[in-house]
Design a binder for this molecule. Structure first.
Ligand SMILES: Cc1cc2nc3c(=O)[nH]c(=O)nc-3n(C[C@H](O)[C@H](O)[C@H](O)COP(=O)(O)O)c2cc1C
Length: 279
């Protein structure tokens, strides 16, 4: 199976709210939208300050604040499906069994277009989720999700932007059944004072480009979605030029939620970035 996106621009996990917040600024119909990461049980997230600015980047320590998968399926998914979005549900478990349970519940929900396995949280220990420290850990979570998910539903593995391990992680994730890999997530960093956080935004664009270039160069048969620091058409084209099939946009939406629409308008007319045809 392959990943069929209706557009080459996706909304990155956690950066499009639950959907209605973004809707005034984008055409939701056909938009590939990744939800914030959902866990089995509701989580209150980190106490205290959760965001800080750094030069050309954003630091966040949200701690996977989310209402739990049952609330999502009952109260958030129906709106996204009615709006016509191509909904990819981001999941994280504290154990492999939890990844599988989440995948079973989400995979059975009508209207879900795919699952994104979050194996790249910048502070998994602090958020209380399974820590994919080594590539085989990430692969184990992907395998647990793949086994519990209908065969025709794409499974994306969202990998750490760890230049030294990203090719190995991508290979392991695909061998474990991932349809595509998202390269990557926030760069592990710290808030002033030292609390673990994730760095995102323009500051990490060169890291994402390096990771995407490595994975696409070494694993040309793997479908790669580039993510990290995309804020304008040039940034998106850089990742697509390195071999990504699509890009995700995150932090840029917090500053200007029309960014996704502007990217789509520009890239949608570019024949090299037209979404794939259904095989
Ligand atoms: C406020 C905020 C919330 C985020 N929430 C999630 C999340 O729930 N799950 C996840 O996998 N990534 C999450 N991310 C990471 C983004 O999806 C994206 O991978 C990262 O920000 C890098 O892309 P960017 O530089 O375009 O923002 C979040 C990022 C931000 C800024």
């Amino acid at each position: 199976m392959t990943l069929v996106l209706r557009h080459p621009v996706m909304i990155a996990a956690g950066c499009g709210g639950t959907g209605p917040e973004l809707a005034p600024y984008v055409e939701m119909a056909d938009l590939p939208f990744v939800t914030r990461t959902l866990t089995r049980d509701p989580r209150a997230g980190s106490p205290g300050a959760r965001m800080a600015e750094s030069p050309s980047g954003l630091l966040n320590a949200i701690g996977m604040d989310n209402p739990g998968v049952a609330h999502f399926l009952e109260h958030e998914l129906p709106w996204l499906v009615r709006a016509g979005a191509q909904v990819f549900v981001s999941l994280a478990g504290s154990t492999l069994g939890e990844y599988a349970e989440l995948a079973r519940r989400v995979g059975a929900a009508p209207g879900v277009a795919g699952i994104e396995v979050n194996v790249s949280a910048p502070d998994p220990g602090g958020a209380g989720i399974f820590e994919a420290r080594e590539p085989f850990h990430a692969a184990s979570a992907v395998a647990a999700v793949r086994r519990a998910t209908p065969a025709d539903l794409p499974v994306l593995a969202k990998l750490r932007p760890d230049v030294a391990r990203v090719v190995e992680s991508a290979r392991a994730a695909v061998e474990a059944g991932a349809t595509a890999v998202v390269v990557g997530n926030a760069v592990p960093a710290a808030l002033p004072g030292g609390r673990p956080a994730g760095l995102t935004g323009p500051a990490i664009a060169p890291v994402a480009l390096r990771c995407v270039t490595e994975v696409c160069g070494r694993l040309p048969q793997v479908v790669v979605v580039g993510c990290g620091g995309v804020a304008d058409v040039a940034g998106a084209r850089a990742l697509l030029g390195a071999g990504a099939a699509a890009v995700q946009v995150g932090t840029a939406l917090l500053r200007d939620p029309t960014t996704a629409m502007r990217l789509l308008a520009a890239l949608g007319t570019d024949p090299s970035t037209r979404p794939r045809e259904e095989p």
